[in-house]
Design a protein around this ligand. Structure first.
Ligand code: NAD
Ligand code: IPM
Ligand code: MN
Length: 349
């Protein structure tokens, strides 16, 4: 029996509704593969912020530093400004643990109707830069409330930071469809994006077997809608990757199915697995949340921990339930969170 200690951070809203299904399915799949999970749960959330003035304790990262992985639900709730909750919990983990790759696969699944007419076989991965770029605390606001009020927000792109995530994307493409699309905006953004393009070209020269396309983010958004099956690996800055991953997931059916792996490829720190979606206050507490994004994230965790077969088995059960016609309302089905989870568990041997 091999055993892993997982830091569990349900967070807010449906975050707390999609993690129990992920734990149940991990237990069932793990049992068949001699893998055991023990969980330490942390109540870090907006509720904690309102009660104690901080999303997590000051030594929060130290408390989860030794875990094998972090499983997170979602962060953010009305009543706490989103930039306060996210910069108080999710973003410090990504940065503190150098999780500079945010891997977000998207597939059209059997039994899941795409909202697009005739969407073909979509099987792509967004490789999102996860610790720098447009997400930065550098900037400020002047003249609050005056007619001349202004806000400045800096974006930070470093040679090391861009090169390492682009290298990751090319290595991944080398194992998949040998095609990288770089999301840029070097026609309108005059410093950071031309730099991004140059660094992508440098990396591309080291990977001659991989075809490179450079697309401006606006045109790329349109092509993702018109011909999503043409993409293999899309590499993008933090903000562009954020937007593209919701867009691509919706093209494939729903953002409720989309998973994410926040990876520290060097394994100096734990990596973090979480669905792409947020806390969904509009459906929280109603049993409507689709847990597939969390289940798929758990499968990515299994693969990261060195159990590709168990990971495949988890995915086969989750996708198989959909193919059998069991799905939640976001996918047009009638199952609730628990009903879909039962169908998945029923398919795990
Ligand atoms: P959201 O992803 O929470 O919701 C967008 C829409 O998708 C809503 O209509 C919601 O009902 C639906 N949806 C999302 N997940 C679903 C699921 N699993 N099943 C069915 N439907 C689902 O995005 P938002 O409304 O922009 O954000 C709400 C809060 O979540 C905000 O505080 C935001 O900052 C936060 N957020 C957190 C994360 C994260 O923790 N990684 C990600 C995105 C948003
Ligand atoms: C995500 C979320 C976060 C992000 C927000 C909530 C800060 O949208 O994980 O995709 O932009 O990274
Ligand atoms: Mn997002």
């Amino acid at each position: 029996m091999i055993s892993y200690r997982i830091a569990l951070i349900p967070g807010d809203g449906i975050g707390a509704e999609v993690l129990p299904p992920a734990q149940a399915v991990l237990t069932a799949v793990g049992r068949r593969h001699g893998i055991e999970f023990t969980y330490d749960a942390f109540d870090w959330s907006c509720e904690r912020y309102l009660a104690e003035g901080a999303m997590m304790p000051a030594d929060g990262l130290d408390r989860i530093r030794r875990h094998d992985a972090v499983l997170l639900g979602a962060v953010g709730w009305p009543g706490v400004p989103d930039h306060v909750s996210l910069w108080g919990l999710l973003i410090p983990i990504r940065r503190g643990f150098r999780q500079y790759v945010n891997l977000r696969p998207v597939k059209v699944l059997d039994g899941v109707p795409s909202p697009l007419r005739g969407a073909g076989d979509v099987d792509l991965v967004v490789v999102r830069e996860n610790v720098e770029g447009e997400y930065s605390e550098i900037g400020g606001r002047l003249g609050r409330g005056t007619e001349d009020e202004l806000a400045v927000q800096e974006a930070v792109f470093t040679r090391k930071g861009v090169t390492r995530v682009v290298e990751y994307a090319y290595a991944l493409a080398g194992e998949r469809g040998h095609h990288v699309t770089s999301a840029t905006k070097s026609n309108g953004i005059v410093h950071t994006m031309p730099f991004w393009d140059e660094l992508v070209e440098e990396v591309a020269r080291r990977h001659q077997g991989v075809r490179t396309d450079k697309e401006h983010i606006d045109a790329l958004a349109a092509k993702l809608v018109l011909a999503p099956e043409r993409f293999d690996v899309i590499v993008a800055s933090n903000l562009f990757g954020d937007i593209l991953s919701d867009l691509a997931a919706a093209v494939a059916g729903s953002i409720g199915v989309a998973p994410a792996a926040n990876l520290n490829p060097e394994r100096e720190f734990p990596s973090m697995f979480e669905p792409v979606h947020g806390s969904a206050p509009d459906i929280a507490g109603q049993g409507k949340a689709n847990p597939l994004g969390a289940l798929w994230s758990a499968a990515m965790m299994l693969a990261h921990l060195g159990h590709p077969e168990a990971s495949e088995e988890l995915l086969a059960a989750a996708f198989g339930a959909l193919a059998d016609g069991v799905s939640t309302a976001d996918l047009g089905g009638t199952a609730d969170t628990a009903g879909y989870t039962r169908a998945v568990l029923g398919r795990v041997g």
